[in-house]
Design a protein around this ligand. Sequence first.
Ligand code: IVH
Length: 763
Amino acid sequence: MAAVEGWEDVPAQVRRRHAELATEIEEHRVRYYEQDAPIVSDAEFDSLMRELEALEAEHPALVTPDSPTQKVGGGAAEGFTKVEHRERLLSLDNAMDDGELAAWADRVARELDGIDYHYLCELKVDGLAVNLTYEHGRLTLAATRGTGRVGEDITANIRTIKEIPQQLKGDDLPALVEIRGEVYLPTEAFEELNASFAAENERRKAENEERAKEGKRPQALLKLFANPRNAAAGSLRQKDPLVTASRPLHMVVHGIGAREGFVIDCQSHAYQLLRDWGLPTAKHNEVVGTLDEVRAFIKQYGEQRHSVEHEIDGVVVKVDEIALQGRLGSTSKSPRWAIAWKYPPEEVTAKLASIKVGIGRTGRATPYAVLAEPVKVAGSMVQYATLHNQQVVKAKGVLLGDTVVLRKAGDVIPEILGPVEDLRDGTEQEFVMPSHCHECGSELRPMSEGDIDLRCPNAEFCPAQIRERIAYLGGRESLDIEGLGYVAATALTQPLEPADAPVKNEGDIFGLTVEQLLPIRVLVRDPKTGMPKLDDATGEEREVAFFANLKGQPKKNTTVLLDNLAGAKERQLWRYLNGLSIRHVGPVAAQAVAREFRDLDRIFAASEEELAAVEGVGPIIAKAIVEWYQEDWHREILRKWREAGVRFVEEAPEEEGERPLEGLTVVVTGTLAGHTRDGAKEALVVRGAKVTGSVSKKTDFVVVGDNPGSKYDKAVQLGLPVLDDAGFAVLLESGPAAARAHLGLPTGEEEPAEVTTEGADQG
Ligand code: IVH
């Protein structure tokens, strides 16, 4: 770094840190812009940059022309012709919190004191910046941003994007205009592209085995893209435009550079003009008058980030009036008339400490990742992430000790996308799926031929399976017993050495007594990590009584549990059936069966054919029910429940208000932010709604999440009430009339909808 005046006065350790940061940022920049192979998340990059900016703000002598803070974007890559932009492509300053946004707005207000102006709110598209030059309406050049001054000529590739016109429409076209925008790959197309790569890799692997036998060299495997942005970059910077043409790239316009021969007053009006010329403009923009409205826009898209067809990493707020933009001006790097609000990152990197295997209530062995430390993803702390099964671990290519990319979409379960291979140091190790259940020692195996999942076959005695089943039995979709959650289930099912656990299986639940509960002790655990907490003084694990206070008397949770267990002897039939954790039987199937047979004895006396004939059931579920009942110990559970006073006959009438959605037919499509698809269906079913798979005139509501399918189109065609996340929440909390009111529809007494077919669930 070249010295400038005053540089020597900067403390040595600050200079060292500055140099370190500058070097590191430069490396990341090359990886990001030129190699499409970043090894840190955008958030980590931003935080390094901010540290550098803070150092330079405090010691201006550190600001030299070659500092990363003075550069925009990346450099031009090798292999493409370099082109100079007529007008520089600037970057944007970021606002990471409301204080920074307000500070920007204050500055603008001060500069524009007394002038009326508006904010234009746009989504910040996570794609690739491009600059298109149109001369007399013809596309003559397309370039990447590159350094901001010099980019790469990608005209041939850009011409393959259907949405980008070669020739603008209209008569009065300007002699010259530079159109700036973002090229992106829609999230769905990204997923399809990676899936097709994965399938091609499977094919190549199989072929490579043959080739090996013939002594031929193996074919290389395709590298999957880490995210849609990398996929877009990789697709656009292809030497062969035919490859680019095969990728469904899109573009959205977000600005104008150099121009000759036309004048515009507002950026939002310019977009209208560009739309008329045939250019792809954004659907989601909004012009507002106050900062609070800007905040509302930010909040709205923060909540429905995934309902947009492309990835967004924030919101760009611009002063809409072009003359005022000129008045506010720009720094060397970014305009003063715009700011980028950044959403909390949804993708972070973290160290994979180990992969453990959990045993579920039906015995399924599920590998899950344990991160070395909890990390914040999309606003919440995450330390574990499911890996589904051993094939998924393989397909993702993660090794123990890898730095992995982690993603959390909405409040859905966190997912590991894959390893950052370039950060490997050779010490990483392959995960080997254990051959035996770590809780009971049984050999794990697939339950039927062709099953990917391995299961612990010891349903009767495996402590993990018993614990999980008991917790599920107490859960909302089963008997809904207050006081019987996961922690209580753990406490109740652990042995009281030398005696057995008070709950050896479901059969013992209704017979529990105070005397059995009081001696139960549990390990003190860290609520965040779930790991045992060690005693400060001794360094040992600590145990405390779970149901007794220090005097040995029952705590409140004891009475709560026992009272609620007593109350749970009169629930609807389907709740018991669902609570038995019979494979493939979830609330939807349990309701269908209970509705049809109305009595537990009749259900278990039915043949597979009779069960399968029930609407919403089918042969797999029917077989599972029949097989379940063939086990002696299963029948013993039912005997004990009966002995304790459970009657098992429909219809213990639901309490007033418990089935607020009774009589409604609802279809769920797409990914909801607040629920998994099955979770959404269950939430409806437990409230009495009928969930079906197909949209018809008789459907009362269609709940539509992110990336909905054709069901959404059909709902719109039929003019049915369509609920988004927020509307769905209203339906669940306040019922159909409130949901209709939420949509602005009349809420008068409608005819209850007729029940239609479908709605099988596979538990
Ligand atoms: S305006 C002079 N609007 O984000 C202002 N940029 O991090 C130029 N981007 O360089 C940018 N969506 O490549 C603008 N709606 C939007 C955008 C957007 C994405 C990109 C753009 C910019 C980068 C800054």
